[in-house]
Design a protein around this ligand. Sequence first.
Ligand code: IPD
Ligand code: CA
Length: 287
Amino acid sequence: MMTLNSQRTGLPTQIAQRLDTAETAAATAAKILIAGRIKGGFSTSFKSPYDLVTSIDLASERAILEILKRECPDDLILSEEASPTLGNRDQSGKSGAAYTAPLWVIDPIDGTMNYAHGLRETAISIAYCEQGIPVLGIVECPFVQETFIGIRGYGAWLNGEPIRASVTTDISHALVATGFPSQRDPQTLDKTLARVRKVLTSCRDIRRAGAASIDICQVACGRLTAFFEDIFPWDIAAGTVIAEEAGAIRGRFHDRLSDDYPATLDATGYMISAPGIFTALTELIKK
Ligand code: IPD
Ligand code: CA
């Protein structure tokens, strides 16, 4: 498998340009996250009782959007804090129609709670999509100096070197990650904890690192075997192209909960897994 640098010259122009733009935006945002941590004193507030946002999320987002708007002025942008929806229907009421144009999907900080507490599992997630399908993804992890990149049809890389998902075929050998949603009503909690129980009794162990985009990239490079959670497009768009290009399989452990986003970006019931345990794990979590 080729390194990212040897692959660059073979990329179509519109992808090569977007890759440059995404790398510049991710590197710029990474500096903001690092500076914010060194300096400290950033502000925090809650969007809902368990959903934190910091002034560094907003500063990172501003810097990313400025670069994208300058370099790709005609592209649409879905971004967690500034534009979490584009509106999803055309005049005939067709769901997801607004998402077919060239589109960026951004999480300016994934793992905000980790960031605010000084933990290292924090990333910037930037995806570029065509027809609603992520075709380019970068997950930048500034505190561990890891950059994951995936380009549909070309490969997936960690710091420029090719990566592959785990080859395990035995669910009892699987190390599976998940996350806990910010909705903490009793019904949601019961369902979440029931899934955790199933995984704990059938797999090797479970992990909750606190940044979904990183969990997905850990599946891409085989450190984790699978990841599942009810989440949002900006948490999964970049990671998905990276993990799929590394051989992982994407699926759903329950039907979509809404049609706010096209199915390709909707992350309700999201699951990504090493291919050899995908079916067994989906059946386990679903049942
Ligand atoms: C969160 C993280 C976390 C996941 C939450 C997400 P944020 O994203 O990815 O791991 O469990 O569901 O909301 O809020 O840090 O961008
Ligand atoms: Ca975020």
